[in-house]
Design a protein around this ligand. Structure first.
Ligand code: PLP
Length: 431
């Protein structure tokens, strides 16, 4: 497929595997879905990064979302340098944390109070505990194909029926934890109706990616989100939007702004740290009042609200809040998807794409997938061939047929054009 033998990437990957399981610190980086050797990145700037062999790529993962203003943006780098010079971490509060909380409450429609953490996993895990603590209930509902980080209760797949509890998807998750999680199908509001009818008063929360980005990009139907909003209110359950990916990405105010639906709690991450570890969970003040030190739900973090990370996040928020930022981002993302679709059509390849804000999905399928089942029908083998052809041409897509892609403000018309030229060759290998 690719001529990577004797490359520095190979040498580094061999070395990495000796001291790190699978050679990577997060599984999807290992290229196991697409085959081949992962590229070890040495530096990044704007829309590009470079690997250990000095090969340049147009980057369409942007650190899986955070790099929305482009890599190494001078304002963000300066904010980090200035903050670092004042000290890296204090374990005591700083004014920057207030600034960030105020910015989140201003930008994200449903958030009245917020707590900062260091990863999306921490944010969703803490939001779940809060929902359980605030309602005094144990059962949670999630949806097949949504990813919410790697907390025990969330690494669960559907059981044998709608009302049977789930099974762990990871070794090491006790059945006893999985048995509190019900897993339903995405975009099937009738399943929610049925489950709430029989178990509504035992359900602590529903957690959902309001635009799904971890089974490729999949749009929620308005009816699906409206139904869960209505049922949660009716039965006293808490609605959690996991906007770790969609927040500040599909629109400034996230998916909740796009759909005009107010969840009770929201998990944020990725963009909010601008590339450094910041995440957050927040929402209704009356629910957030259950958090320690004022309430009974415990949660803490040595590096939570870290001053250097918060500085990177604030510098990023300042850029994305500028008027016209999302219009330009959406225009470029739509252009990319329209261009790729046209190239595929010219080559006679079954392909379609979708874009929301600065996020996109590419599907080797004749029609847009509408749920998890149709998503799984996309041609993975064709994607893998296309992925490697694009990589050879210097375009780095997510190394899996079932991940979304990300565009930054630095992906201008020239970058999109260069991507089209690469795609023309890549689709030709499939024809
Ligand atoms: C990435 C992601 C997470 C997990 O965030 P980490 O920072 O990787 O722990 C949770 N939810 C969603 C929707 C995500 O995309």
């Amino acid at each position: 497929m690719t001529s990577t033998s004797h490359s520095k990437n190979d040498t580094l990957f061999a070395r990495a595997q000796l001291t790190t399981p699978g050679g990577v610190n997060s599984p999807v980086r290992a290229f196991r879905s697409v085959g081949g050797t992962p590229r070890f990145i040495t530096r990044a700037e704007g829309p590009y990064f470079w690997d250990a062999d000095g090969k340049r790529y147009i980057d369409y993962i942007g650190s899986w979302g955070p790099a929305i203003v482009g890599h190494a943006h001078p304002d963000v780098v300066k904010a980090v340098q200035d903050a670092a010079a004042r000290g890296l971490s204090f374990g005591a509060p700083t004014e920057g944390e207030i600034d960030m909380a105020e910015a989140i409450c201003r930008i994200v429609p449903s958030v009245e109070q917020v707590r900062l953490v260091s990863s999306g996993t921490e944010a969703t895990m803490s939001a779940l505990r809060l929902a359980r603590g605030a309602t005094g209930r144990d059962t949670i509902i999630k949806f097949e194909g949504c990813y919410h980080g790697h907390a025990d209760s969330l690494l669960v797949k559907a059981g044998s029926g709608l009302l049977t509890f789930g099974n762990p998807t990871s070794a090491g998750v006790p059945e006893d934890f999985a048995k509190h999680t019900l897993v339903l199908d995405y975009n099937k509001p009738e399943q929610l109706e049925e489950v709430f009818r029989s178990k509504g008063d035992t359900i602590a929360c529903v957690i959902v990616e309001p635009v799904a980005g971890n089974m490729n990009l999949l749009r929620a139907t308005p009816e699906f989100l409206q139904t869960m909003r209505r049922l949660c209110t009716q039965y006293g359950a808490i609605l959690i939007f996991d906007e770790v990916m969609s927040g500040f990405r599909v629109a400034l105010g996230g998916a909740q702004a796009l759909y005009d639906i107010q969840p009770d709690l929201t998990a944020l991450g990725k963009v909010i740290g601008g590339g450094l570890p910041v995440a957050a969970f927040g929402g209704r003040a009356d629910i957030m009042q259950h958090m320690a030190p004022i309430g009974g739900v415990y949660q803490a973090g040595t590096l939570s609200g870290n001053p250097v990370a918060v500085a990177a996040g604030m510098a990023t928020l300042k850029i994305i809040e500028q008027p016209g930022f999302y219009e330009a981002l959406s225009t470029h993302t739509s252009k990319l998807v329209a261009g790729l679709s046209a190239e595929a059509k010219a080559a006679g390849v079954d392909f379609c794409g979708d874009a929301i804000g600065g996020m996109f999905g590419l599907y080797f399928a004749p029609e847009l997938p509408v749920d998890y089942a149709t998503m799984m029908k996309c041609d993975k083998t064709r994607f893998n061939t296309f992925f490697h052809a694009m990589l050879d041409e210097g375009v780095y897509l997510a190394p899996s047929a079932f991940e979304a892609g990300f565009v930054s403000a630095q992906h201008d018309d020239a970058i999109i054009e260069a991507t089209m030229a690469a795609a023309r060759k890549a689709f030709a290998t499939l024809a």
